[in-house]
Design a protein around this ligand. Structure first.
Ligand code: SF4
Ligand code: SF4
Length: 376
């Protein structure tokens, strides 16, 4: 198993991390514990030493399941990461209550990597207002958490502000070969590298979207190596960046665990030829984008409440990947009143758009492609 050194912390992590948000489930929606236990055991036996969960994964069941599943493993043999759901905290003292609850669920005396979960502008303001970081420092002194970091989902400028606020032990960002310019992106990766802050990568396969393409595109990967799986290229892309210390994969079956372990046991970064194929795939997908919305937001606010950039982002993503799975969360995240069908074609937004996008003409196209009737 490929290992990476976190120089600032003096520890070695396995480059493959086990993400615990997508365990196999039974028909009632609860975790299939027997199968998941086997997956965890197999991963640990094959050198994985980083396990990542969160307070809300599997509606809270992920942490309690791990509390049981990890009992038979030596606590020193793996690093446990979990996250603070900042948005449920009513006041500063609740942080302590949540951490105590997590320790109990996880059946452990300490958490190795503790993250402020999914920080964005709003949640970061809550962290500062409630002085949550000072409580985390207290918990660290008490030995209940070891390293303090955060996971992130917002624009680059917010990432830069948070990253430079203090000397973080690590941070977790979304990164994959398609989204190098999204959120923290590759620019954020380099900033962290310059500051000596190790990176944990989440969504390296973009929630499965980079695991399977059209027949023609799949064939390009298979021509490189008929034995290698398509998601393995996405994992090797991020794993090839030296300041990436853990690549999290939310594994749902034993086949995925085995395939990932194969990738990381004899890890090699992408070759020039492989990078070229990925670049071609990327260009093919980018050519499917419907309009050139950059998400700048200059067109906002819309008097009808339409979230113009988000509708276009989801619409363009849908066309790039040509599957609803790629946009399930993005589309659900746009409130009913902010979706494209609320546009009355007044045209007020169009003169503010530097890209000269015919917003009023595109909104009905967005709705025609993505309205709920299409999903059935
Ligand atoms: S054209 Fe549509 S999206 Fe633009 S301001 Fe008018 S209602 Fe809003
Ligand atoms: S102004 Fe134009 S480019 Fe910017 S978010 Fe609005 S539609 Fe997109």
């Amino acid at each position: 198993m490929e290992k990476r050194k976190l120089d600032n912390l003096g520890v070695d992590t396995s480059l493959l991390g086990f993400g615990c948000m997508r365990f196999p489930v039974k028909p009632d929606g609860l975790i299939d514990q027997a199968q998941s236990q086997q997956m965890i055991d197999y991963a640990l036996a094959n050198g994985v030493n980083y396990i990542d969960t969160a307070y809300f994964y599997h509606d809270g069941e992920s942490e309690s399941f791990l509390g049981e599943a990890l009992k038979k493993h030596d606590r020193q043999s793996y690093f446990l990461a979990t996250k603070l759901p900042v948005w449920i905290l009513k006041d500063r003292q609740e942080t302590r209550k949540v951490v105590e609850e997590q320790l109990k669920r996880l059946n452990t005396g300490y958490i190795d990597f503790y993250l402020l979960h999914t920080l964005d502008r709003k949640k970061w303001d809550v962290v500062l207002k409630n002085d949550i970081l000072s409580i985390l420092e207290e918990l660290r002194e008490e030995g209940k958490i070891r390293y303090i970091g955060f996971s992130f989902h917002d624009e680059y400028s917010v990432f830069e502000e948070i990253l430079q606020y203090r000397k973080w032990d690590f941070c977790q960002i979304q990164l994959n070969y398609m989204d190098t310019e999204e959120q923290a992106g590759i620019k954020g990766y380099h900033l962290a590298e310059d500051l000596g802050i190790p990176i944990i990568v989440m969504e390296p396969v973009r929630g499965g979207a980079l695991a399977n393409f059209s027949e023609e595109m799949n064939a390009k990967f298979k021509a490189l190596n008929s034995q290698a799986s398509i998601p393995s290229y996405a994992l090797r892309f991020v794993g090839g960046l030296p300041n990436v210390k853990v690549v999290l994969s939310g594994m749902s079956s034993m086949e995925q665990v085995q395939d990932n372990i194969k990738t990381f046991s004899s890890f090699t970064p992408l070759s020039e030829g492989e990078n070229r194929v990925i670049q071609e795939i990327k260009e093919t997908m980018q050519a499917r984008v419907q309009n050139g919305c950059t998400g700048c937001g200059y067109c906002m606010p819309c008097p009808q409440g339409v979230n113009i950039p988000e509708n276009f982002k989801v619409w363009n993503t849908y066309h790039m990947y040509q599957k609803f799975e790629a946009i399930r969360f993005g589309w659900a995240g746009i409130g009913r009143k902010a979706k494209a069908n609320n546009c009355i074609q007044c045209g007020l937004c169009e003169e503010k758009c530097p890209q000269k996008i015919k917003i009023s003409e595109d909104m009905p196209r967005v709705w025609a492609d993505l309205n709920e009737g299409k999903w059935k």
